[in-house]
Write a protein that binds this ligand. Structure first.
Ligand code: SF4
Ligand code: SF4
Length: 86
């Protein structure tokens, strides 16, 4: 089960999580063109190995294990996945 980035990342987007992800499944990174176009970063649910490294470094606690995403933030599960369907 993947981790999910939620509401608190919006407007922060500091990319600390991208620096610790062992499988590079958090995008867009600041060095990618799409970075300027998004309001938050997204975890690819197909590639995430659920290691938790990103959750530990997020300064605003925006990242949750899929099964622990609070009820009012559940729409972010789809929002993360949708980014990778483009
Ligand atoms: S849980 Fe691990 S693999 Fe998944 S996005 Fe976070 S750092 Fe990457
Ligand atoms: S570390 Fe947290 S706030 Fe920073 S980009 Fe990742 S999810 Fe967003």
């Amino acid at each position: 089960m993947p981790r999910v980035i939620t509401q608190a990342c919006i407007g922060v987007k500091d990319a600390a999580c991208t620096q610790v992800c062992p499988v590079d499944c958090i995008h867009p990174r600041p060095d990618e063109a799409d970075y300027a176009n998004v309001d938050q970063l997204f975890i690819n649910p197909n590639d995430c190995i659920d290691c938790g490294a990103c959750e530990s470094v997020c300064p605003v606690n925006a990242i949750y294990p899929l099964e622990d995403v609070p009820e009012d933030l559940k729409s972010f599960i789809e929002k993360n996945a949708n980014y990778y369907k483009k």
